[in-house]
Write a protein that binds this ligand. Structure first.
Ligand SMILES: O=C1C[C@@](O)(C(=O)O)C[C@@H](O)[C@@H]1O
Length: 414
């Protein structure tokens, strides 16, 4: 269920609904509430044979939550193909009937916003939106766009882009934290995900979450926003931690680390970060807000050069999977936890074999033949750990160039 108690932020979690009939829309609004939405976005352009006066009346009468009415035309990425007059009339009517918000595209906004505000004092608000077909514009271009949106007298402005790179999202965070009116801004796609998850940190008015069984490409689910990330707890002081990887969506990290932060009463969030270029990434996200990272495939070795200091074990392995930003000076310190983490769990699983012929050995791995398949960042760490426990290590890989850490390790090519 939605939110209760003292809230850390004023961001609403909103479920976009693309139901095909008004009856289904009413059912979906109820489900969205049950799944933790604070508001629903009703996409009129998806409803078959939409009858404005009758259908809007039904939707607004049955809404269990604040409702945002959207009637998106083809020219802005929606489904509506009819004439503009009919479309705008439906939005006017929605406002008049008491919709909490109507969402109007920037290109047609100025007259409509003025008109509905002068005509009906319903308390309903107007969102002026702009869908950018490509990447996120520069900070300057975005601020011009924001200025033109604010000039329409919108109550809320909304900008959506398609990020080609995670570093673009920094401009979205800048927009959210500098806008003079409440703003919604995010980027779609896997590279855009953190713009949605971190929106409450930067003061965004809405974050969108897809309902169960209704997955929308590039949107987190309502369940993940509420259960894994608990976005209602995020505020401007929340420290951001992320998994730097490519791809990244496979990781169980968010469902492991976020509950652990909460358990320790730590104000942090752990998010997947789809990174294409390590150098640019570390240059752009250099503020103390970005407090640390896990590093996954394929960057565990390449990331070493971006650390200001590297722990001796990580150095000897040649791979870093954990980075902490030192609060005192912002320096990035690289560690390798794959080595001890994996070896300790293997030892734990073998612990009954610690006693061979009554003799106690330091590690159940001592003297064992230990086979590692793959000499990437994780493989290296495990090989070094097994060797340190006295195992006889053999590494198989398709591409084996002997490296320092491999001394005394048998190498074999597939
Ligand atoms: O190997 C793994 C798994 C991981 O890459 C992940 O996908 O969550 C995170 C890394 O820190 C860790 O070393």
């Amino acid at each position: 269920m939605g939110r209760a108690g003292i809230l850390a932020n004023s961001t609403m979690v909103c479920a976009p609904l693309m139901s095909r009939s008004v009856e289904q829309m009413v059912i979906d609004m109820q489900s969205a509430e049950a799944q933790g939405a604070d508001a629903v976005e009703v996409r009129l352009d998806y409803i078959n044979s939409f009858q404005p006066s009758q259908d809007l009346e039904t939707i607004i009468r049955n809404k269990p939550l604040p409702v945002i009415i959207v009637y998106r035309p083809r020219w802005e990425g929606g489904q509506y193909e009819g004439d503009e007059h009919t479309r705008l009339e439906a939005l006017r009517l929605a406002h008049e009937l008491g919709a909490d918000y109507i969402d109007v595209e920037l290109k047609v906004a100025s007259d409509l916003v003025r008109e509905v505000k002068n005509k009906h004092q319903t308390g309903g608000k107007v969102i002026v939106s702009s869908y950018l077909s490509g990447a996120t514009p520069s900070k300057e271009d975005l601020s011009h766009l924001v200025a033109s949106m604010q000039a329409t007298k919108a109550d809320i402005i909304k900008v959506v882009s398609n990020a080609n790179d995670i570093t673009e999202l920094d401009r979205i965070f800048h927009l959210l934290s500098h806008s003079e009116v409440p703003a919604v801004a995010y980027s779609l796609g896997e590279r855009g995900l953190i713009s949605q998850l971190l929106c409450p940190k930067f003061g965004g008015a809405l974050v969108y979450g897809a309902m169960e069984g209704n997955s929308i490409p590039g949107l987190p689910t309502l369940d993940s926003l509420r259960e894994a990330y608990k976005v209602e707890n995020i505020n401007s002081d929340t420290k951001v931690f992320g998994l730097v990887s490519k791809p990244v969506s496979h990781s169980k990290g968010p469902i492991l680390h976020n509950p652990a932060f909460r358990h320790a009463n730590f104000n942090g969030i752990y998010v997947p970060m789809f990174v294409d270029d390590l150098k640019e990434f570390f240059e752009v996200y250099a503020s103390p807000d970005f407090a640390g990272y896990s590093v996954g495939f394929p960057y565990k070795e390449a990331v070493v050069q971006f650390c200001d200091e590297v722990h001796p074990l990580a150095k000897s392995i040649g791979a870093v999977n954990t980075i902490i930003r030192k609060p005192s000076d912002g320096k990035l310190i690289g560690y390798n936890t794959d080595c001890e983490g994996s070896i300790a769990s293997i030892e734990d699983a073998l612990k009954d074999q610690r006693y061979i012929n009554g003799a106690s050995l330091n590690s159940p791995l001592a003297g064992k033949q230990f086979v590692v398949v793959g000499a990437g960042g994780a493989g290296r760490a495990i090989a070094v750990g097994a060797k340190s426990r006295g195992a006889r290590v053999i590494i198989f890989d398709i591409d084996l160039a002997p490296k320092d850490f491999m001394r005394e390790i048998v190498l074999a090519k597939f």
